[in-house]
Design a protein around this ligand. Structure first.
Ligand SMILES: [Mg+2]
Length: 358
């Protein structure tokens, strides 16, 4: 059984979006990602991907590539079957740098899965083989938001996540417009840190007064304002989710200790696969609900999150919709997508991703 790592490579991986994506922290017209490849001595390649988000994670494509380049000597010549000690060393060698570690960890575990012949969802626990994603609506006018919602519902989505942060009155009008076109849709909101604690509570109360039910209010206030998160949680009357407030397991412990959220949004792009597993355990132990999210990953990186979500199960909110925002390219395997539902059964070991194939 071959498992020796022969090479580690990282390169820019630019992917056009179907249409611009606009949230409270900025606008994107293309995904400027990084592809990571771990090659084993028998030629097997493990694929990873990073979707750097300078504002959110502090990564750029150039920093991710530079960090992975720096980690090369630590990785080459190691046995991928000793992945935890190997990734412990890479984590100790360069602190933070969430994107680089995330892309590397996906590539290493994909190569590991391929080396031992196990699909990652089984490696993570094999709880289920399917997961249903929501669909995220960008910032825009009430009319634009409603039109996007109508399209998503027609495509089979039952769960709609609305980006908010345009001001309470505008956001109420936007959410109302979505509720009108999707009376049965499950609605959640993501403010990406845009509100003051008071404004977030006001938004929740005004929606409640109109009888509009919201299943989650994600990251209402600034990431470091843990007291503000708790203020919202205690008054809004809707579950509060921590996304940007939780990058590391230590962040998750802080949110649990402070009673600042009902739900933690785990993203492989923030925590890497190792951190994601730790945060999962912390949240479960503290009886918090779990969400899994993504950045602008293509199928290459997203497959790891899909396998993680299926393997662990019990994610009450799945926001794995980046692939719907990107134009298709030559990449096969990973999962089968039917409407909003990912199915990991029947694909190859690891994440099952094969690049250069349709
Ligand atoms: Mg979010």
């Amino acid at each position: 059984m071959a498992g020796m790592i022969k090479d580690l490579r990282a390169r820019p991986f630019d992917l056009p979006l179907v249409e611009p994506f606009i949230i409270a922290t900025g606008r994107k017209d293309a995904a400027n990602n990084v592809l990571v490849e771990v090659e084993l001595d028998n030629g097997t390649i493990g694929y990873g991907e990073v979707a750097p988000s300078p504002y959110t994670t502090g990564d750029t494509p150039a920093t991710c590539i530079a960090v992975i380049e720096q980690l090369r000597p630590l990785v080459i010549g190691k046995d991928v079957r000793q992945w935890r000690s190997l990734l412990g060393q890479t984590r100790r060698a360069v602190r933070h740098q969430f994107g680089a570690h995330s892309g590397l960890e996906i590539a290493i575990l994909d190569a590991f899965g391929k080396a031992v012949g196990v699909p990652l969802y089984q490696f993570f626990g094999g709880v289920s083989t399917r997961v249903e994603s929501d669909y995220t609506l960008s910032l825009g006018s009430p009319e634009e938001t409603a039109a996007a919602a109508r399209k998503a519902i027609a495509a089979g989505f039952r769960k709609i996540k609305i980006k908010v942060g345009m001001g309470v009155a505008t956001d109420v009008a936007r959410v109302r417009a979505v509720r009108e076109v999707g009376p049965d849709a499950e609605l959640s909101l993501d403010a990406n840190q845009a509100f003051s604690p008071q404004a977030a509570v006001e938004l929740a109360h005004r929606l409640a007064a109109e009888g509009i039910e919201i299943t989650l209010l994600e990251q209402p206030v600034r990431r470091d304002d843990i007291a503000g998160m708790r203020f919202v949680r205690e008054r809004a009357g809707v579950p509060v989710g921590a996304d940007e407030s939780v990058f590391t397991p230590e962040d998750a412990i802080r949110v649990v200790r402070e009673g600042a959220a009902d739900v933690i949004n785990i993203k492989v792009a923030k925590a890497g696969l190792l951190g994601a597993l730790d945060i999962y355990s912390i949240a479960r132990s503290a009886n918090l609900d779990l969400m899994i999210g993504c950045m602008m990953e293509s199928k290459v990186g997203l497959a790891a999150s899909v396998h993680l979500a299926c393997g662990l199960g019990c994610f009450t909110h799945c926001d794995l919709d980046s692939v719907f925002l990107l134009k298709p390219f030559d990449c096969a395997g990973g999962y089968t997508l039917t409407g909003p539902t990912f199915d990991v059964e029947g694909h190859g070991p690891g994440t099952g991703i094969e690049l250069g194939k349709k």
